[in-house]
Ligand binder design. Structure first.
Ligand code: F0G
Length: 431
């Protein structure tokens, strides 16, 4: 097979043939990234091909990832394992944008992917490559979404999957998905960072294919979020992309994809990227703000369970992407996350707490004057509203005081007697 891409070390530049061996890191220890042979591609023709594929039914090109195949992984169609992921909606932000004082904010809802998060985009590319490498067992550490996604794609491919999760610390719905899709689920003592460390050791010792975003092919699929947004915007480039940051694979993917589009002349300006972290799990923010060395956060804690990560594996790639795009990093408090979530939800859009960091961060950056309120921006809602329902319900019941969160925009249920007079009394203010 003609090899159309290589793996390249982001530290020393060493290159590896992607099909020859399973590799996630360079022999120097540096992170690897996929290097496409961009010289063989013509940006104008590529864009025309992507436009022609929009709306195609029943083909790998119906996937919102494989539509952009040339910049994902140019591999034979019969090795692609897809659930036709992507093709998610781009919403006007409505009241959520007004809350952030950013009226031209649009929200891309990646929670509308097949298993409920953006992870499906990276999973289709990662697992398809695993097929080429003849791997039959895959593994990941997860705060929830990755495990659900991997278990589902592994089941579809007929592979075994092994999931490492922090004991008792992932959202129940996500645990239910992992179990139901048939993933061998190992609950370990410790947090996500411990699970991440362990899964890397296990995969190298037992020859299991690792599907966390340290795997460079996961990143390739996730780039398609940016491609699809731009295509939905008729290739009109927004001023800003705003994205939550946990293990920092997704913002890495976004910046890499944008740089590739730019170097192919498909876009003529590079949007700035704002990465938003929760204050209790903010190592990238601390590093960026204080212009200091990277220091992991020891006991990360946040209500946004998806991004409760203190030692993100992709921080070097992430910071490079922020530099490329003249980006910024912001942190948001628990109260800010849940208030923003109330606004995203009440806009009729809805997303999980980690995703709503985007609107909380946008508000803060507009207030600080970093983002001007008439800028165009796209926030990426990474996960579904049905994740972390306890956080949502407890916010609306005013039950998050122990976390220092007040139900400022709460919509609590009311208990009433079962008679028409009680109903009339309860609804008199809204009819
Ligand atoms: N949003 C959601 C909904 C997530 O699930 C994650 C990561 C992120 C944001 C952060 O993305 O790690 O690329 O910076 N969730 C992982 C998981 C860690 O296991 O599902 P990132």
């Amino acid at each position: 097979m003609e090899v159309k891409f290589l793996l390249r070390c982001i530290e020393c530049g060493n290159e590896y043939k992607a099909y020859k061996e399973v590799r996630y890191k360079c022999s120097c220890g540096g992170l690897l990234e996929v290097k496409h042979n961009l010289e063989r591609l013509n940006g104008k023709k590529l864009k025309e091909a992507w436009e022609a594929r929009w709306g195609i039914r029943n083909s790998v090109f119906s996937s919102g990832v494989w539509r952009y195949k040339e910049l994902i992984a140019d591999i034979p169609d019969d090795s692609i394992i897809t659930k036709l992921e992507g093709n998610t909606r781009l919403y006007d932000s409505g009241p959520a944008g007004e809350y952030a004082n950013l009226k031209k904010l649009k929200l891309k809802h990646e929670g509308e992917n097949p298993t409920g998060s953006f992870k499906d985009r990276g999973m289709t590319s990662g697992i398809s490559i695993s097929k080429l490498l003849n791997a039959k067992t895959v593994a990941c550490a997860s705060t929830g979404n990755t495990s659900a996604s991997m278990a589902s794609y592994a089941a579809k491919a007929g592979y075994k999957s092994i999931i490492f999760i922090p004991s008792g610390k992932i959202a129940y719905g996500k645990l239910s998905q992992a179990l139901a899709y048939g993933g061998k689920t190992l609950q370990i003592e410790g947090n996500f960072d411990d699970a991440m460390q362990l899964v890397q050791e296990v995969c190298s010792e037992l020859n299991i294919y690792l599907l966390n975003s340290i795997n460079p092919f996961r990143i390739e699929g996730q780039k398609a979020i940016g491609f699809e947004i731009l295509q939905q915007l008729e290739w009109n480039v927004p001023d800003w992309f705003i994205i939550p940051g946990g293990n920092l694979g997704n913002n890495t993917a976004l910046s890499k994809g944008l740089m590739e589009l730019y170097s192919l002349g498909i876009i003529n300006k590079i949007p700035r990227i704002a990465v938003i972290q929760a204050r209790g799990a903010n190592p990238l923010y601390e590093m960026w703000k204080n212009k200091t060395f990277f220091k992991p956060v020891k006991d990360p804690d946040t209500i946004a369970t998806a991004i409760k990560i203190g030692n993100p594996v992709s921080w070097k790639k992430s910071i490079r992407g922020i530099e490329w795009t003249d980006g910024v990093v912001e942190e948001v408090t628990e109260q800010e996350i849940m208030d923003a979530k109330a606004k995203v939800d009440a806009s009729g859009i809805g997303a999980e707490p980690a995703s709503c960091c985007v609107v909380a961060g946008a508000k803060k950056l507009v207030e600080a004057g970093t983002i001007s309120s008439d800028s165009s921006a796209v926030g990426i809602l990474t996960g579904n509203m049905l994740k972390d329902p306890d956080a949502t319900v407890n916010y609306h019941l005013g039950n998050l005081k122990q976390r220092g969160i007040d139900g400022k925009f709460k919509n609590a249920p009311e208990n009433i007697k079962s008679d028409i007079e009680s109903v009339k009394k309860a609804v008199k203010d809204i009819i």
